[in-house]
Write a protein that binds this ligand. Structure first.
Ligand code: SF4
Ligand code: SF4
Length: 281
C-alpha cells in the first residue's frame, strides 16, 4: 500500500474510496479555488515548467532538496497515481458523472487539443465540479468542436480508455487538494508534464500503481509488442530465450503492456507481494 492508502484510504486503495470523490470535500472553498485556478491559470503551469528546466542545470544536491520540497507540496495539492484499467472501471462504476475535457499538459507541450482527461464526481447532476468546469475560461479549449464538456456514460468512458491503451497511454488518478480526486488522465512520457517530472526528472508527483507486471515465459512468443508501449523502459528482450522480461523494479504497474499482448502472457500482481518492488513507489 502506498502512503495515501494509509493516510486517505484506511489501509485500502485510497482511490477506490467513494468519499474521496465526494461533494462534501468539494464544498471546501480553498479546494474549489484551486481547481478553478488549475484550469484557468495556464501561465502558472508554463512558469512551473520553466522553473523545472532551470532546476535541471542546478547542482545535484540543490536538485535533491528542491525536488523533495516539490514532492511534499504536490502531495498536499495535486498528486497522482498510476492505475490499471480494472480499477478505473471500478471508479467509473461509482462516480455519478464523467466529463471528458481537453488535456492541459498537451495544450502546453503540443499546442493542440487532445481530449485525454476525464473529470469525475459522485455528486448528482455533475455536482460542483460540473459547475466549476462550465464556468471556466475556455482559452485552453480551442478548435471547432470544443463546445461544452462531453458527458460520457461509464461504458463510453471505459471504451475511450481502452482506445487510449491501444495508443500506449497510461491511466492515472489525480487529487485536487488531497484526498479529493477529480480527474483520470491518460499519460505518456513525452507530453505529460507529471510523467516528465516524475520519470525523466526524478521528482515524483505521482505514485506507481499498487501492482507490478510479470511475463509468463511459457506463453510469450517474443513478438516485442509490449516493449513498444511501456512508458517506463521496464521491458527488455532476452535474445537467448527469445522472450520479453520485465524488470519489476522499473515497472509502474500500469498494465498497458497487456493490451498489446496477443498471447495473454502478462499478468499484474499486488506490489506488496513482490519483494523487489514492494517498497518502490
Ligand atoms: S507482447 Fe506478449 S508475447 Fe509479445 S513479447 Fe510481450 S509478453 Fe511476449
Ligand atoms: S512493464 Fe510495467 S510499467 Fe511497463 S507497460 Fe507493463 S505494467 Fe506498465
Amino acid at each position: 500500500m502506498c502512503e495515501f492508502c494509509l493516510k486517505h484510504g484506511e489501509g485500502k486503495k485510497w482511490y477506490l474510496q467513494a468519499e474521496n470523490y465526494s461533494d462534501d470535500l468539494l464544498s471546501d472553498v480553498r479546494r474549489r479555488k484551486y481547481i478553478e485556478s488549475f484550469f484557468t491559470d495556464i501561465e502558472s503551469h508554463k512558469k512551473g515548467i520553466d522553473r523545472l528546466k532551470k532546476l535541471e542545470k542546478a547542482p545535484s544536491f540543490i536538485r535533491a532538496i528542491v525536488g523533495r520540497l516539490i514532492s511534499r507540496k504536490m502531495k498536499k495539492v495535486h498528486y497522482g497515481q498510476v492505475v490499471p484499467i480494472e480499477d478505473i472501471e471500478q471508479i467509473f462504476g461509482f462516480v455519478n458523472s464523467i466529463v471528458r475535457v481537453a488535456c492541459i499538459c498537451r495544450h502546453i507541450t503540443l499546442g493542440s487539443e487532445k481530449r485525454y482527461c476525464y473529470g469525475v464526481s459522485i455528486a448528482p447532476d455533475g455536482g460542483r465540479f460540473g459547475e466549476i468546469v462550465r464556468g471556466l475560461d475556455r482559452s485552453f479549449l480551442h478548435g471547432p468542436d470544443t463546445d461544452g464538456f462531453e458527458r460520457l456514460s461509464k461504458d463510453e468512458a471505459i471504451s475511450a480508455l481502452r482506445s487510449h491503451e491501444r495508443e500506449g497511454l497510461c491511466h492515472s488518478v489525480w487529487t485536487f487538494h488531497a484526498p479529493f480526486i477529480a480527474g483520470v488522465c491518460n499519460c505518456d512520457r513525452s507530453d505529460c508534464l507529471a510523467m516528465r517530472c516524475t520519470v525523466t526528472q526524478g521528482i515524483p508527483i505521482m505514485f506507481r500503481a499498487e501492482y507490478v507486471a510479470s511475463v509468463d515465459p511459457d506463453q510469450c512468443n517474443g513478438c516485442r509488442q509490449c516493449m513498444r508501449v511501456c512508458q517506463f523502459g521496464a521491458i527488455s528482450y532476452s535474445v537467448a530465450n527469445k522472450k520479453a522480461v520485465i524488470d519489476q523494479r522499473q515497472c509502474y504497474g500500469c498494465g498497458i503492456c497487456r493490451s498489446v499482448c496477443t498471447k495473454d502472457a502478462i499478468r499484474l500482481e499486488a506490489r506488496s507481494d513482490v519483494p523487489v518492488a514492494a517498497t518502490l513507489w
